[in-house]
Design a protein around this ligand. Structure first.
Ligand SMILES: C[S@@+](CC[C@H](N)C(=O)[O-])C[C@H]1O[C@@H](n2cnc3c(N)ncnc32)[C@H](O)[C@@H]1O
Length: 437
């Protein structure tokens, strides 16, 4: 907020309210905002601030009503429509958000702020083609904005438009040879296009500049045809931070992901009084916690993506979160703490389980259970495969051997459909391993 004095007395009063909201003085903000609303009941800015206040007070319904009122008062004001669209996206109402987003862009197609906000909405809604279209418009308006150009190149790459992405990366690197993000993106685009020689040349430049960078080393290994043992934290975060808002809707409704429900049922069957401590590795948005409900012990989530756990925290069933690598969490937890350790749809990013499974065995109480899912790798191939999807598949016999050598004698491994992938059922297996009492 600026401290410049405005000739508009309503704007000055609204600035004060905004300041009160930012400082957490919500009752005072509400009182003052009611005062402004009495003076200017038809000013949509009052309601946009009402929306902020509603959100700050944790009242999404109030926030939505206020934003809707702002749009009703000034239906052709792009700011109100933009704010309303962004709010709907934050509330996970993506169809409506995009409908209003399209209207905001139509109202003011040459406004970079509106376009930038709507690109965020399209990203949150996982509508990458639409985001790309708006980014193209935005880059034409502000060609000097290298951040937006990089986003455009990334979206083009993510949607398989490698040649267009490469052109954008080339432009960025020509203008700014030290732009490592553009160089990394170009290397990823070369690798995705199948030109690993070009990818390796860019990786070499990057590693000259930052020899210890895990992300660069990971890409170099991929481009060299090797299987790196694990995905670096930066790769995981880039994958999940942007999809946190839409993850549940996309996975559960779109891809028919049922594992959390199934595993919650399994846990409830084994611990009917729900007196247990649970460690949820790669807890994401907390689907397992939601399906499990409140338990009579600790439910602890581990996840690298703070955006994902922010969604999980909203369900108010987790006691705490640790934003660390699953492997570090397992290595550093003292022995005999948890009754259940769950790792659903996460070892596909963790990769090598050689340390994870013995660590899990150590930190379980006697009689405790380790429950995890894997994607299936062919039995006649390597133990661990990094697939073109970027996810690991594990050989079932290898996972079984790891569990047995860690000391899990009581072991069940069932084939299962994990979810849909491009309309097809994705094959995996669910492991339930019990530590001896
Ligand atoms: C596909 S989601 C699954 C989330 C949740 N378990 C579920 O079943 O809905 C994978 C989650 O694991 C997290 N993740 C992946 N690799 C990780 C690692 N090495 N350490 C911690 N979290 C990781 C991601 O951030 C993401 O939230």
């Amino acid at each position: 907020m600026t401290s410049t004095t405005s000739p508009d007395p309503i704007a000055r009063r609204l600035q004060t309210v905004q300041h009160l909201i930012t400082s957490g003085k919500l009752s005072e903000a509400a009182e003052r905002l009611n005062g402004v609303a009495k003076t200017a009941p038809k000013d949509p800015r009052v309601y946009l601030l009402g929306m902020r206040l509603g959100e700050a007070a944790g009242n999404p319904q109030r926030a939505e009503e206020a934003a809707r009122r702002a749009v009703e008062l000034e239906p052709t004001w792009p700011v109100a429509v933009t704010e309303y669209a962004a709010l709907l996206a934050r509330q996970g109402r993506f169809d409506e958000a995009l409908q209003h987003g399209r209207r905001a862009v139509a109202l003011d197609p040459n406004n970079p702020q509106v376009l930038a906000r709507m690109v965020d909405v399209a990203h949150d809604a996982l509508q990458i083609d639409l985001a790309t279209q708006w980014l193209q418009q935005l880059v034409n308006l502000v060609p000097q904005n290298s951040g937006m150009k990089l986003l455009l190149a990334t979206d083009l790459r993510r949607t398989g438009r490698h040649d267009e992405a490469l052109t954008r990366y080339d432009e960025l690197i020509a203008a700014e040879p030290g732009n490592n993000a553009a160089l990394l993106g170009r290397a990823q685009a070369w690798h995705a296009k199948g030109d690993d020689k070009a990818a390796l040349a860019d990786c070499a430049t990057l590693l000259d500049r930052e020899p210890q960078n895990e992300e660069y080393k990971f890409l170099r290994a991929l481009a060299s045809g090797e299987t790196p043992p694990s995905q670096p934290a930066a790769v995981v975060k880039q994958l999940f931070d942007p999809v946190a808002y839409s993850f549940d809707d996309h996975m559960v409704r779109g891809l028919r992901y049922r594992l959390p429900k199934q595993v919650a049922g399994l846990i409830q069957g084994k611990y009917p009084d729900l007196k247990l401590n649970v460690l949820d590795l790669g807890c994401g948005t907390g689907l397992l916690g939601v399906c499990l409900g409140r338990i009579q012990g600790a439910l602890v989530g581990v996840d690298l993506s703070e955006a994902m756990t922010a969604q999980a925290a909203g369900h108010k069933v987790y006691d705490r979160f640790h934003h660390v690598n699953v492997l570090d969490a397992l290595a550093e937890t003292p022995a005999a703490i948890y009754d259940v350790i769950a790792a659903l749809d996460v070892f596909i990013y963790v990769g090598d389980l050689t340390a994870a499974i013995p660590d899990a065995h150590r930190i379980l109480v006697p009689g405790g259970h380790l429950i995890f899912s894997c994607e299936t790798a062919a039995e006649d191939g390597p133990q661990l495969v990094l697939q073109p999807t970027g996810r690991y598949a594990h050989k079932r016999s290898h996972v079984e051997a790891l569990c047995r050598s860690a000391g899990f004698a009581d072991l069940s491994i069932e084939d299962c459909d994990l979810r849909l992938e491009q309309g097809q059922r994705l094959q995996g297996f669910l492991v339930v391993a019990r530590k001896a009492s």
